[in-house]
Design a protein around this ligand. Structure first.
Ligand code: SF4
Length: 283
């Protein structure tokens, strides 16, 4: 089959940096202490399995840590109070929070300190969102789309500002910003927290979808930005298939003569992109 790969597919800067920190730790000879990630270091099950085979432990809670552990804070960051507790525990903290997530956390903190209340566009149960919320105070509100935002009951006595989870769709965020001015009756400060890596992958996927018959999107089912790539292609009226590995591809979904576009989320490793590409070429 003819397969065209998007120019921007796979690991973003933040994910590459986080995994480099983990790889550097694994390479250190004679170091004592377990290597532990707090939660999954990135949202890709195949990458996590590879690290588990090398002895990296994934802890779901700080209570699972032991003195002397080398603990990696993942690319999405963690809530502020958890980070403070970590630093008091006698473990070695390796902060692999993506610099762009860190910038969003600090921007939110600054706005909160100035007396404003956060309205956050994001997935309420996403680790990055929980981290971002911890940099603002009580009263912060999270919404997942424009409709949810329109239904929020906002006190006129409060001054709000907007921010978005780094992997949200910039177009949607811009529509929310425009609508927010009408809803609030003033122009709120809107922090520019959407990451260009997400935007580039989205634009690349939609452009490639126009030139092909079906898009295959590779990445963890738990990866929000990967899911959004597949959803955006479908919303543009094109066929899209979201898979984690080549084995999941059902050849029956393809029609004779289909030209296939290939893209991947920001936490999808090259070895999986290459494997899917090779597999599709052989179909
Ligand atoms: S998508 Fe952007 S903000 Fe998120 S980890 Fe990657 S580079 Fe950082």
């Amino acid at each position: 089959m003819e397969v065209i790969q998007a120019k921007t597919a796979g690991f973003c800067m933040g994910v590459s940096l986080a995994l480099k920190k983990l790889d550097d730790e694994l390479k250190k000879d004679g170091q004592q202490g377990r290597i532990v990630t707090l939660g999954s270091i990135i949202h890709n099950p195949q990458v996590i399995k590879n690290y588990a085979r090398q002895g990296v432990i994934q802890a779901s809670d700080i209570n699972e840590l032991l003195p002397g552990d080398r603990v990696l804070i993942r690319a999405h960051g963690i809530p502020r109070d958890k980070e403070e507790r970590l630093r008091e525990l006698g473990v070695t903290v390796i902060d692999a929070t993506c610099p762009k997530v860190k910038r969003a956390q600090l921007g939110i903190s600054e706005m909160y300190e100035s007396g404003q209340t956060l309205l956050l566009f994001g997935e309420a149960d996403h680790p990055e969102v929980r981290g971002l919320l911890s940099y603002a105070g009580p009263g912060s509100l999270v919404f997942g789309n424009l409709e949810e935002f329109s239904l929020l009951n906002l006190s006129p006595a409060t001054t709000f500002f907007l921010a978005a989870q780094t992997t949200q769709d910039i177009e949607q965020y811009n529509r929310i910003i425009v609508y927010a001015e009408k809803k609030l009756g003033y122009k709120p400060v809107a922090l520019n927290t959407v990451c260009s890596a997400t935007r580039k992958r989205m634009q690349g996927a939609l452009k490639l979808a126009e030139e092909t018959d079906i898009m295959v999107v590779i990445g963890g089912y738990n990866s929000g930005n990967t899911r959004r790539l597949a959803e955006a292609v479908k919303a543009a009226g094109k066929r899209a298939l979201h898979v984690e590995t080549p084995e999941e591809i059902d050849p029956a979904v393809f029609r004779p003569g289909d030209k296939v576009g290939l893209t991947a989320g920001a936490s999808t490793p090259k070895f999986l992109i290459d494997a899917v590409f090779t597999h599709l070429r052989k179909l």
